[in-house]
Design a protein around this ligand. Structure first.
Ligand code: C2E
Ligand code: MG
Ligand code: MG
Ligand code: MG
Length: 285
């Protein structure tokens, strides 16, 4: 006698869930070892002054080269690391590595570089009691100042626990560390926090930049740029891929931009070449 269909569905469905759970556990397990096995490295993407075309800052983007799977996207392993708490050691590794790299460039270069790094931090890192002392130690160990460091935070983080977050942000500001809201426009719609949080910069999400023909996106871009300026915040547009988008952003008075048209995320050697092109020469080869 034939079983009703749903019984088979249930079996198939279960198997799929099971496979996914196993995969996830495997990835989680692998990620745990990624740091000690030297599987992580950093890329740097230039944030450019749209008027002068000079590099203003480098955004630090973590990469994981899995021994069998190859490159795993941070869109996948960052959320996983947040769910498992691994974001704390991973985030510390990123901050350490990035500060070390910048200080190396500063030392190798013939004069002090007017260049900062911009590091993405997750909400979990921001509420970790040791974040500030960790950053203090890094700045000291690598002879950097707060002006060399920017932190990118997403909107949702700011809304989760505003009073606790505000305290941390104020401590960071006391060190001259610049604070930037990442993916602006995609999270909570409350704009009130822009008035009372010590934020320096908003980074407009690339979804508003990507279709320059779309009237609604154009209006939103214009509104965000005007709002930011009236609050005396800097604006960075993310995801600039075409000349038309670049032109549109310039016309709207957006001062900074980032995207494949301007520069791809690059490894440290290629960034070094970029820095050399712009700022001059190194002490050593
Ligand atoms: P994000 O901070 O918004 O970073 C920008 C993402 O857009 C990067 O993706 C970058 O490669 C990509 N991108 C840059 N220009 C363009 C463009 O012109 N077109 C398109 N289509 N994409 C562009 P990536 O490196 O895959 O990173 C994805 C996200 O993962 C980041 O988004 C950030 O939220 C997170 N992430 C990356 N590194 C770290 C990290 O060290 N710590 C934390 N907490 N999150 C990180
Ligand atoms: Mg970012
Ligand atoms: Mg972003
Ligand atoms: Mg993002």
């Amino acid at each position: 006698q034939a079983k009703p269909d749903f019984v088979n569905y249930a079996v198939v469905f279960d198997k799929k869930i099971h496979q996914n759970v196993v995969k996830r556990l495997q990835l989680e397990n692998d990620l745990q070892q990624a740091i000690t096995n030297n599987e992580l490295h950093l890329n740097y993407q230039a944030i450019v002054n749209l008027k002068t075309e000079q590099i203003n800052c480098l955004e630090v983007l973590v990469r994981w080269k899995h021994p069998f799977l190859g490159l795993v996207s941070p869109g996948k392993f960052i959320p996983l690391s947040e769910e498992t708490g691994l974001i704390i050691p991973l985030g510390q590794w990123v901050l350490t590595e990035a500060c070390q790299q910048l200080s190396l460039w500063q030392k190798q270069f013939s004069h002090s570089l007017p260049l900062a790094i911009s590091v993405n931090v997750s909400g979990i890192q921001l509420s970790h009691p040791e974040l500030i002392s960790h950053i203090d130690r890094l700045l000291q160990n690598f002879s950097l100042t707060g002006k060399h460091l920017k932190l990118e935070i997403t909107e949702s983080v700011l809304m989760e626990n505003p009073s606790a977050v505000t305290k941390v942000l104020e401590q960071l500001k006391q060190r001259d560390i610049q604070l930037c809201i990442d993916d602006f426009g995609t999270g909570y719609s409350s704009l009130n926090y822009l008035r009372y949080l010590p934020i320096d910069t908003v980074k407009i999400d690339r979804c508003f930049v990507s279709q320059e023909g779309n009237d609604k996106n154009y209006d939103i871009l214009k509104a965000i740029i005007n709002l930011a300026h009236s609050l005396e915040l800097n604006v960075i547009a993310e995801g600039i891929e075409t000349e038309a988008q670049l032109q549109m952003l310039r016309n709207l008075g957006c001062e900074y931009g980032q995207g494949f048209l301007l520069a791809h995320p690059l490894n440290s050697q290629n960034v070094r070449n970029l820095i050399e092109e712009q700022f001059g020469c190194w002490y050593s080869a």
